[in-house]
Design a protein around this ligand. Structure first.
Ligand code: SF4
Length: 248
């Protein structure tokens, strides 16, 4: 493990000790790694317990979609938002990061994952070799729920077509979902986060690999779980390498 990655793990607040029998670290996996060396278990998501989120063909290009979201009044969140939060990043990215909804700072700045949670997300991504500029980051909801309350089902169902359109345009090789609400929404399940982590789900018709981890805001409150988040990130990284190598 190189000094740079060590610095990122330090930023994450993760101890860098490694047991002799510990699994191989991401940094030591060669790009030519074979599927049999790194293939994690692929698990279909649980049967839907809530309205199913069906990925769809894109109905708008990026610019049109941005305009539609900025003008959207499909749910009551339009009355309390400062601005919509479209998403940010590289529209050719192979990684899509999906969170729940904008918070107060995101609502002010118009960008997802800013502030302390955003800094931690950046550190998490860098720990697996991904500068923020290389990924695309979006939320399930494009407007902030007042007081950071959980999104309501009708808000989610009205807003999901926008995320679906973003996924269809981006065609990511892997989706990393952060937090329980976004995970349950994308997998259409009410299973707890603990049952959804540590496995690779298949999302949508192209069966895009989808890995779930904790929301950085939760990790700021519960740093003891950063070690588990690191395991999730390694799972996502090995899965991505497998897909990129054509061994999906
Ligand atoms: S949350 Fe989504 S559906 Fe509701 S007003 Fe904002 S953009 Fe429209």
């Amino acid at each position: 493990m190189g000094p740079l990655r060590n610095a990122y793990l330090d930023a994450l607040g993760i101890d860098r000790w490694v047991r002799r029998d510990a699994p191989v670290e991401i940094a030591s996996i060669p790009q030519s790694v074979t599927a049999s060396q790194v293939t994690p278990p692929v698990t279909r998501s649980a049967p839907p317990a809530v309205a199913r989120f069906e990925p769809m063909a894109p109905t708008a290009d990026w610019n049109t979609l941005r305009e539609r979201i900025a003008a959207c009044t499909a749910c009551d969140l339009c009355k309390t938002r400062t601005q919509t939060v479209f998403g940010v990043g590289n529209t050719n990215a192979e990684w899509l990061i999906i969170g729940e909804a904008p918070g107060a700072e995101e609502d002010r700045q118009g960008e997802p994952f800013v502030g302390r949670a955003g800094q931690l997300l950046n550190a998490m991504l860098l720990a697996v070799g991904l500068p923020r500029e290389q990924v695309f980051i979006a939320n399930v909801l494009k407007c902030r729920p007042p007081g950071n309350r959980d999104p309501r089902p009708e808000e989610v169902s009205r807003c999901l077509p926008f995320l679906s359109n973003q996924i269809a345009l981006l065609k990511p090789k892997i989706i990393l979902v952060v937090g329980r609400i976004a995970a349950q929404t994308l997998l259409a399940t009410d299973a707890p986060l603990a049952r959804l982590r540590s496995k690779v789900h298949a999302f949508g018709e192209p069966a895009t690999p989808l890995v779930i981890t904790y929301h950085p805001a939760y990790l700021l409150r519960t740093p003891a779980d950063k070690r588990k988040a690191w395991e999730d990130l390694k799972l996502a990284r090995t899965t991505y390498l497998r897909v990129a190598a054509g061994n999906a």
